[in-house]
Design a protein around this ligand. Sequence first.
Ligand SMILES: [Zn+2]
Length: 195
Amino acid sequence: MNQLLARDIKNYMRKLLFLVVAIIFVIAFRVANPEVVSSFTRRVTLPFKVALLYAEEPEREIAVPVDGVRLSHVRDSWHAPRSGMRLHEGQDIFAERGTIVHSAMRGYVVRKGENELGGNTVFVMGAGGRRYYYAHLDSYAPGLAVGDYVTRETALGHVGTTGNAAGTPPHLHFGVYTSGAAINPLPLMRDMGEN
Ligand SMILES: [Zn+2]
């Protein structure tokens, strides 16, 4: 009987020791790698934050997302004919190669990567579940990652000619998508801040 009790205590102590070691390990990891933990936390909490933003009303006004470009300088290219039966589903905003592209509104980076037409692209999800598409980027803003919260002040990348814009004057292709379809970004754009 005493032996059994002793074994129970031993097992219990072993479990307790394991728990203490685990707690110390987690604390030590947090202290040693605050960035790793915060990026992990961000990734885990991202779906909830995105869901909250999704429930909000979509923005009525967004910024012209290229530094130094005023709205009056944006030539309307919505639904301009493109190769095949395609219509142009966005606005092309021309600027010198390397000009900073910033987010048109607040939101979360939901995709960042290359595709055939768009070249280097970033998708930001904003209020109401609208998605904002930035394409033909020469390069991405340093450190930009999926899950980042962005505002109108956040740089996403630089104007370029990647994707099917190769050989054209450098420009940002800017698209706005609701759950179903592309909408014209032009009526939403305003001169704000430094533009
Ligand atoms: Zn375009």
